[in-house]
Design a protein around this ligand. Structure first.
Ligand SMILES: C[S@@+](CC[C@H](N)C(=O)[O-])C[C@H]1O[C@@H](n2cnc3c(N)ncnc32)[C@H](O)[C@@H]1O
Length: 358
């Protein structure tokens, strides 16, 4: 069976029993995923022992396993400490298991489908800091790339875990940002979810009427800084999670706050959909974000700079159309102020306002 669900080079008599010594693959899939049976069949044909779990919380599973959002498919596998996301062909998995590169796992992004044989799929090896190597066809897998990924991972791990949190904390402490923080954060009420709380610089600006502040943040070093800033403040708690899969119940918060965060979230659309889900009816999204400017020459610069800027700045995109993204996620913007803050124009076009779920 073709891993996409189409019939490829299948055995006429069905799959052989699972081979001894091969690692068990635990496949997690969304109940609505129609393509995973094909991939499961493909693994059975390759004699991998299998367990299949269905869950509608597949995004949470992917967050836990560290699958980068742009690589995520609708089913994922766990095997011998590695992740296998999407239609990764069996030969690629076998090679991964025998060569054991230092990596999080393998992915076939974009849901490779129809008209392609599995051995032509683009398989990507990825590491915990999001470093990737295109491994190409299974036949050409694991040549020099894993070593390269491991080296990059080592340096980027140091940069992301040690250098970047200090840079973010320092850059975000700028005096010019205080006025925005005071206005946006000061309007929050009730039970608040702050998405991407960073080093906790908004904490002093919450009104005393706020009953609870939940600071969601995927970066552990930033969470530690934020927790030091929160001190003994009992209204504050932290969620080490990603905005694309917010581990809170639907309709459970009164306000969502985001300040200079949407630029860095890998899948901003999924994150906004989650923010809308967790907001109670009539609850507010309060935001101040930098993004796509109205001037053509600035946009050109933003588009040009973003690929180089993103890996250095924690995934920050300079060119996201913030208001359009918020509206596309089903929010109605009640109030929007835009304009350049002081500083180089590609970095300083700001969107400040509030929105409600429709
Ligand atoms: C420029 S910092 C802003 C920090 C903070 N909001 C502030 O105003 O000081 C961007 C923040 O977005 C966070 N971030 C990146 N990806 C995220 C994700 N998937 N979910 C939630 N936050 C994320 C980063 O870890 C970082 O804390």
């Amino acid at each position: 069976m073709h891993p996409t669900g189409r019939v490829g080079r299948s055995r006429p008599c069905g799959p052989l029993p699972a081979a001894k010594g091969l690692s068990k693959v635990t496949v997690t899939k969304d109940p609505s995923c129609g393509c995973s049976p094909g991939w499961v069949d493909h693994l059975k044909q390759a004699r991998f022992p299998l367990a299949v779990i269905e869950t509608s919380e597949i995004n949470h599973v992917k967050t836990r396993l560290g699958v980068p959002w742009p690589l995520a498919a609708c089913h994922t596998g766990e095997m011998a400490g590695y992740v296998v996301d999407g239609h990764v062909p069996a030969p690629a998995i076998r090679r991964q298991l025998s060569e054991k590169p230092r990596a999080t796992g393998l992915a076939v992004p974009g849901m490779e489908v129809e008209d392609k044989e599995p051995d032509t799929y683009e398989v990507i090896l990825f590491g915990p800091s999001g470093h990737r190597a295109l491994l190409g066809r299974p036949g050409g897998l694991m040549n020099r790339e894993p070593a390269l990924v491991a080296t990059r991972e080592k340096w980027m791990g140091f940069y992301n875990d040690v250098v970047l949190p200090c840079l973010i904390d320092r850059a975000m402490r700028k005096e010019e940002l205080v006025g925005y923080r005071r206005r946006v954060v000061g309007a929050a009420r009730g039970r608040v979810l702050e998405v991407g709380i960073g080093s906790g610089l908004n904490l002093p600006f919450y009104d005393s009427s706020v009953t609870e502040i939940i600071g969601l943040e995927p970066s552990q070093p930033l969470l530690e800084l934020a927790s030091r800033r929160a001190g003994a403040n009992r209204t504050v708690s932290f969620l080490p999670a990603s905005a694309e899969a917010i581990p809170l119940d639907a309709g459970s918060v009164d306000t969502v706050v985001t300040t200079w965060t949407m630029c860095s979230i890998p899948d901003a659309r999924a994150a906004l959909a989650e923010m809308r889900r967790v907001l109670r009816p009539g609850g507010e999204l309060l935001f101040v974000e930098h993004g796509r400017a109205p001037d053509r020459w600035v946009v050109h610069l933003q588009d040009w700079l973003t690929p180089a800027w993103r890996p250095l700045a924690g995934g920050c995109h300079l060119n996201r159309p913030i208001a359009d993204l918020i509206t596309a996620a089903g929010f109605k913007i009640d109030d929007l102020r835009t304009g350049y803050a002081p500083g180089p124009k590609p970095f300083t076009f700001l969107y400040e306002g509030s929105a409600k779920g429709t």
